[in-house]
Design a protein around this ligand. Structure first.
Ligand SMILES: C[S@@+](CC[C@H](N)C(=O)[O-])C[C@H]1O[C@@H](n2cnc3c(N)ncnc32)[C@H](O)[C@@H]1O
Ligand code: SF4
Length: 392
């Protein structure tokens, strides 16, 4: 059966760089050439769509498309017309499923709140707002450009405009206690719609926070405290009917992000734009594709040759099995060995170290739930340490 595709489109620009962020995002004081980036995104999408069409095994000759995700960077800084054109293009290139999910990440500043209706008119049916915190001092620490009032105004406006809405918060911040996080989270849950992404602050190499942290400017909560905050997060979210379905994601049943589920279930996805990644399984061959990260260099290459691919490799069955497990064990539903075998072309027991599997089952970090292998809540907080040892 032909799997539906997920389409990711990257907008690489932000109004300023947040000190914790290592996403492929850039600030352009002199402004962004919107027409140039619009044309280049459309061209690279057309290039990939033609490659997909050449191998589509469907009656229409087109692959079904289940989701589009505009990520960044700050895609809410895009011109709504660009978003509209890219969605139109996607509908022309692929067979959109009737309930296609089309998400746009937005920052909750007043500039962007003003554009939300236009994004809705462009075809966006799900917004994901980068609220990050509902605490004024924390927003300042995180280098955000919005205040608490703007965040709340953005959430209220977005709830009116979009059928589906998520927002992001960052917790386990310096000096944060479990009690203060619980109270901030309760306030957030009262504003929430059907989905939340709740991330623990991580220090990413090369960021401003990495330098400040190394200098001792601030400390992070102890591991035990962070683990307690993680448990508290699921407990509070559950009370509001939002269930954890991935390490950092909580949703009402049925409101899980279909786009992100495609990554975690190791489905096929296209990634368009600077630095975007792509995985496509065609006739037993899985290609991993990566594009140039620098926005202007990316645009130049697309203008010259229709794409800005810098690397395209065929993944071995072992690599595929590893990736599928790495992604799938993040999910509360865990992994289905039959699916891993279908996507990797390798027997499940060849992707996993049997001694480590037994050890993780004995420690109750992993468990079998019927045919599925699932990380327990104890296991999920240890995933990063556990997975490298578990994978063959
Ligand atoms: C691409 S950004 C979201 C888009 C948008 N530009 C914004 O900032 O609102 C994805 C999310 O990852 C989270 N994030 C990024 N870096 C992080 C870090 N070092 N620790 C924890 N969460 C992080 C933030 O919550 C952020 O909203
Ligand atoms: S967190 Fe969002 S706004 Fe901040 S630099 Fe990263 S992508 Fe840009």
């Amino acid at each position: 059966m032909t799997e539906p595709l997920a389409l990711y489109i990257h907008w690489p620009f932000c109004a300023s760089k947040c000190p914790y962020c290592d996403f492929n995002s850039h600030v352009r004081e002199a402004g962004v050439d919107h027409a140039r980036f619009r044309d280049a995104l459309r061209r690279e999408l057309a290039f990939e769509a033609a490659r997909v069409a050449a191998t589509a095994r469907t009656v229409s000759g087109r692959r079904p498309l289940a989701s589009i995700f505009f990520g960044g960077g700050t895609p809410s800084l895009m011109e709504p017309q660009t978003v509209a054109l890219l969605i139109e293009d996607a509908y022309a290139h692929f067979d959109a499923v009737p309930d296609i999910e089309i998400t746009l990440e937005a920052n909750p500043t007043s500039v962007e709140i003003g554009k939300l209706r236009e994004f809705r008119a462009a075809g966006i049916n799900r917004a994901s707002l980068g609220v990050q915190s509902l605490d004024v001092a924390a927003l300042r620490f995180l280098g955000r450009r919005h205040d608490v009032g703007e965040a709340i105004a953005a959430l209220e406006a977005a709830r009116e405009i979009f059928p589906r809405l998520s927002f992001d918060l960052i917790y386990a911040r310096p000096g944060q206690s479990e009690a203060s996080w619980r109270s901030e989270l309760r306030q957030a849950l009262a504003l929430a719609a059907d989905h939340l992404s709740l991330y623990q602050l991580t220090i990413e190499p090369g960021t401003r926070f990495a330098t400040q942290y190394a200098r001792g400017d601030f400390a992070l909560p102890q591991e035990d405290d962070a683990a307690r905050m993680y448990e508290a997060t699921a407990e509070e979210a559950r009370r509001f009917g939002l269930l954890p379905y991935e390490v950092s994601n909580y949703a009402k049943p049925g409101a899980e992000s279909r786009h992100n589920l495609a990554y975690w279930r190791y489905g096929d996805y296209l990634g368009i734009g600077p630095g975007a990644h792509q995985r496509l399984l065609t006739d037993g061959v899985m290609l991993a594709t990566r594009r140039h990260r620098g926005p202007e260099e990316w645009a130049m290459r697309v203008e010259q040759s229709g794409h800005a691919i810098v690397e395209e490799t065929e993944l071995s069955p072992r690599d595929r099995g590893r990736e599928a497990l790495l992604m799938g064990l993040r999910l509360t539903e865990g992994v289905d060995p039959a699916r891993i075998e279908a996507r990797s072309g390798l027997s499940f027991l060849d992707t996993i170290d049997p001694m480590m599997l037994t050890a993780c089952l004995d420690e109750e970090y992993l468990e079998w739930q019927g045919p599925r292998l699932v990380a327990t809540s104890q296991g999920r907080v240890r995933l990063d340490a556990m997975l490298p040892a578990l994978l063959r």
